[in-house]
Design a protein around this ligand. Sequence first.
Ligand SMILES: [Mg+2]
Length: 418
Amino acid sequence: MMNWIYGLADMQSFYASCEVASRPEFALKRREDDDNSDPALVVAGDPKRRTGIILAATPPAKHLGVSTAMTLGEALQLAPDLIVVRPRMEFYLQVSVRIQLLMKQLFPLQEQFSVDEGFFAFPWPSDLFPDPIQAAKELKQAIWDQFHIRCRVGMSYNKWMAKMANKAAKTMPERVVWWTENDVTEKLQTLSIFEMWGLKKRARVLHDEFQVETIGDIAKLPLSLVRHRFGVWGEVIHRWSTGHDASAINPDAYHQPHKGLSHRMTLPRDYEEREEIKVVILELLDEVTFRVRAADQKGRRVGLGMTYGSFSGGFYRAKTLDYYTQDTYALYPEVLALLDKYWNGSSVRAIVVSLDMLQPATSLQLSFFDHAPKREQLIHTVDQLRLRFGEASVMRAVSLGRAGQLRDRSRKIGGHYR
Ligand SMILES: [Mg+2]
């Protein structure tokens, strides 16, 4: 059977590295295998104002005690000789795009994960990549040769394990780590839950309420308990704690709309029935329109994306309407039309609904629906209830069925990654 190896490459101190690499006075002294060949440099919000925030710091700056999210004033107190530069975001984004393109050229599958992180995947075993460690080292070297930026690479048999392996690579001299199924017990499960990626405040809850110390301790808890406490997220966390993760590489994930709002849900199991999928779409759409209304906006481009259950891809498609709206009832048939047009019937693992091309609601004419004013009153009332009593206080009857995720979601703490 053919398997895949998933990798995550993470650039070191990305913005600061871009600055060092682009300045000959520093770049020429710089060595890939020696962090201390960098100057102590920070990128800070506004170098003239000491209240600006440190956005990035080179390793030597970090050795002096400087950390991101500190104010510049605090950093200069610790290290008066710091080199301070103002951010050049467009430049960093150009470098980012080129690094992602390089990864795309080297591997069959690639997904940008953030401005300085990218997933890649290749079949295993394979003649093209006979030695995974060597493949990762070649990626590192290519990024260094072309951009003079260091990175570390974690690889494993799914994306979640690759992310955790990447963390572990921090302390390895070569900054490359490959974890197999055999590493779950000794390497993943022995880590503190505070090292577990994606938990956020839930780590504290697990520690305080369930006496969980390590990732392995989560695996020992009954699934029903974790699920009861965290809803759908509990199931995800429980799977992660045993090294399981079903998410696929989605090459377009990072390029979904930005000037708008979207809400994404990874489902606890593959959904196959249109009726079930419709319920989740309505819940997501309710959440999106609620947030759009709360921001006093209306939008006219509505989108639907799906990630299929196996390694079989998915889609993201949007439709531009000829009017602006914030109304679930107007948008729902449009999203269902996207579903019927683009869904190929595969089982579905994750769904995203978006509304973009937003404008302030007050500057626009009313939409031309028959009973719009009355319905707007109803929507307004429901919004007020949700604001006061939480998103599950008023729920559609369909959400109470087995497909609904809203009840579980409302119990979870924090948000979903991406
Ligand atoms: Mg990074």
